[in-house]
Design a protein around this ligand. Structure first.
Ligand SMILES: *Cc1c(COP(=O)(O)O)cnc(C)c1O
Length: 408
């Protein structure tokens, strides 16, 4: 007799697949019989007795005392996020940077040393290079593709290692399991920014990373409408981060928490389509004569494709590519796109494209850009859920209109 696939328990959210979790992972926290959760648009919550007030005021992370401390909608989103990242718990914040800055400030102190990547989301790099040193925290940045460089950077007072994978500008990867193997025996806390992958494509905690942070503005919200952030971690870390959170106050509004939950209901469907579209588009771009190079972890040509296959289930929305042309030709190309919207951000339903060098022209010199790996002919694209043929047609017409090859 053929062995049957075991059917997971219908009552155990931990046994569910992600597709089920996003719809039902918060059901046990329902406060009434409505199918869709109500928005608890209240800054403060009533106690029915002196005893109850004392209990509400002294319960950490209470869902209904004062919204900076917690809110019933936040609790529901946090329950789903913790299931998706397979961590004990999660905390919701007002933005990805709210989540990252609160986490770092909660866990490091004067005298500590931290290790960060050479490439990070720009504001995250600023935390290490400009903010933390003002409070007596030293840092080392390492090439994220080089595990030995990371090992060499560890000092006796290294308290935390921050990683981010994949990362701009060329979608390079960090070996999450290798980082965890170095950090764990030394008691060093590891934090991974999982924004570019999404929990559907990569689960850093299952590879040994302690804390997973997200800009929920991206795939989790998924519709380019809200700014939100999340920290997924153990109850022990969450206690410290929540304490700092109530002090720093990066609180997500109940409306935006509700919109985030609504967005997350379709996360697996969106990510599935985004993965398929982005891979198809990356492969198509590689075959176009006007394209110089394509950077996408899902391509066999990506220098870390083997690692991508090992730690990722899908490769996400973001493709970087360079056109055969100069700054002006690249600018003409991006301006000629009709379907792809000329805007920053990623992981939403619409395809977005930016001319990377134009984005940094105000803050970096051309030499600084080259040092940061940002070539003048780079385009960064976040692929959405449109029909793939329409996306190819749009890119094709823009390459023809811009006549990028003429400039070479
Ligand atoms: C967008 C982003 C952030 C910052 O998130 P916000 O929600 O804009 O504050 C952090 N890390 C990565 C990788 C991002 O893409």
């Amino acid at each position: 007799m053929k062995a049957e696939t075991p059917i997971p328990s219908h009552e155990d959210p931990a046994a569910w697949h992600d597709e089920t979790t996003v719809l039902h992972g918060d059901a046990s926290l329902a406060t009434d019989s409505s199918v869709v959760p109500p928005i608890h648009y209240s800054a403060t919550f009533r106690a029915d007795s002196a005893e109850q007030f004392a209990e509400m005021a002294n319960t950490p992370r209470s869902p209904s005392f004062y919204t900076r401390y917690g809110n019933p909608v936040h609790k529901r989103v946090e329950a789903v996020l913790a299931e998706l990242e397979e961590t004990e718990t999660a905390l919701l914040m007002a933005s990805g940077m709210g989540a990252i800055s609160t986490t770092l400030l909660a866990l490091v102190s004067a005298g500590d040393h931290v290790i960060a990547q050479q490439r990070h989301y720009m504001s995250t790099s600023r935390m290490f290079e400009e903010v933390l040193p003002r409070f007596g925290v030293s840092y080392t940045v390492v090439d994220q593709t080089d595990t030995q460089a990371l090992a060499d950077a560890i000092r006796p007072n290294t308290r935390l290692i921050m990683v981010e994978t994949p990362v701009n500008p060329t979608l390079s990867l960090t070996d999450l399991a290798a980082v965890a193997r170095l950090a764990k025996p030394r008691g060093i806390i590891t934090v991974a920014d999982n924004t570019f992958a999404s929990p559907l494509n990569q689960k850093p905690h299952t590879l040994g990373i302690d804390i997973v942070v997200h800009s929920a503005t991206k795939y989790l919200g998924g519709h380019h409408d809200i700014t939100a952030g999340a920290v997924c971690c153990s109850n022990e870390h969450a206690a410290k981060i929540w304490d700092m959170h109530t002090t720093l106050g990066a609180v997500l509004s109940p409306m935006d928490a509700w919109l985030l939950l609504r967005g997350m209901r379709t996360l697996p469907l969106r990510v599935e389509r985004i993965n398929a579209n982005a891979l198809a588009l990356a492969q198509w771009l590689e075959s176009q004569p006007q394209i110089q190079a394509v950077f996408y972890p899902g391509l066999a040509s990506h220098p870390q494709h083997a690692l991508a296959k090992k730690q990722m289930k899908g490769y996400g929305a973001v493709i970087a590519f360079s056109v055969k042309g100069d700054f002006d030709a690249t600018s003409r190309f991006v301006s000629a796109l009709k379907l792809a919207t000329h805007a920053v951000s990623l992981g939403g339903v619409e395809t977005l494209a930016v001319h990377t060098a134009a984005m940094w022209a105000g803050t970096m010199t051309p030499a600084q850009m080259i040092a940061a790996g940002i070539e003048p002919n780079f385009v960064r694209m976040s692929v959405g859920i449109e029909h793939i043929d329409d996306l190819k047609a749009d890119l094709g017409q823009a390459l023809a209109v811009a006549d990028v090859a003429r400039a070479t």
